[in-house]
Design a protein around this ligand. Structure first.
Ligand code: MN
Length: 174
C-alpha cells in the first residue's frame, strides 16, 4: 500500500510537474504557472527521493555500519546511542507529516540530523540524506495507530547500516 499507492503518487506528481515545466520552457504553457509547478516538483520530487532512500535503508537482515560511518557518528553526535536518541526525538517531534533525516553536509563536512515537514520543508539545502524515516501517518497507522514513538523504536531493528554506510562513502567521494 505504502509503496504502490503513496510512493507511486509522488512519482506521478513529480513527472507531471517536470512535464509542465518543460512546456513552460518551450512557451507551450503560461509562465504564470511556474510557481505552482515548482512547488509541485518540490513536494513530489522530495517525496520520491526520500521514499527511495527509506526503502533501501531497511533490510530483514541488517548489516553493520562501516568503521568510517561509525567514527563520523561518534565525532558528530558522541556515539551511536546518542545519535539514536537525537534522531528518535527529532522524528517523534515532527509536527504533522514528515521525516527524520540523517544527512551529510559538504559545507560542514559532517553529519546532521534534521526534520522535514511534508517532504521538503524545514530541511537544509544541500544536505545529502543518508538515512530517512517516514513519520507520515500512512507509514505507521495500519500497525501502530497513533503510537508513532513505538514505530520509531521498532524501526531501529530493521535499519540496514550497510546501506547507510554505502551512501556515506559515496557522498564523501563526491
Ligand atoms: Mn510515505
Amino acid at each position: 500500500l505504502h509503496h504502490d499507492m503513496h510512493h507511486a503518487a509522488y512519482v506521478k506528481g513529480a513527472n507531471a510537474a517536470l512535464k509542465a515545466l518543460k512546456e513552460i520552457a518551450a512557451g507551450q504553457r503560461d509562465a504564470g504557472e511556474v510557481k505552482h509547478y515548482e512547488r509541485e516538483l518540490g513536494f513530489h520530487g522530495s517525496g520520491h527521493a526520500l521514499h527511495t532512500i527509506f526503502w533501501r535503508n531497511m533490510s530483514p537482515e541488517p548489516g553493520p555500519p562501516s568503521p568510517e560511518l561509525k567514527a563520523a557518528i561518534e565525532r558528530d553526535f558522541g556515539g551511536m546511542e546518542a545519535f539514536k536518541t537525537l534522531f528518535s526525538a527529532s522524528s517523534n517531534a515532527v509536527e504533522g507529516s514528515g521525516w527524520g533525516i540523517l544527512g551529510y553536509h559538504p559545507l560542514t563536512g559532517g553529519l546532521l540530523v534534521v526534520q522535514a515537514e511534508k517532504h521538503q520543508d524545514l530541511t537544509v539545502q544541500g544536505l545529502a540524506p543518508l538515512l530517512a524515516l517516514d513519520v507520515w501517518e500512512h507509514a505507521y497507522y495500519l500497525k501502530y495507530q497513533n503510537r508513532r514513538a513505538d514505530y520509531v523504536k521498532a524501526w531501529w531493528n530493521v535499519v540496514d547500516w550497510a546501506d547507510v554506510s554505502r551512501r556515506y562513502a559515496a557522498v564523501l567521494k563526491g
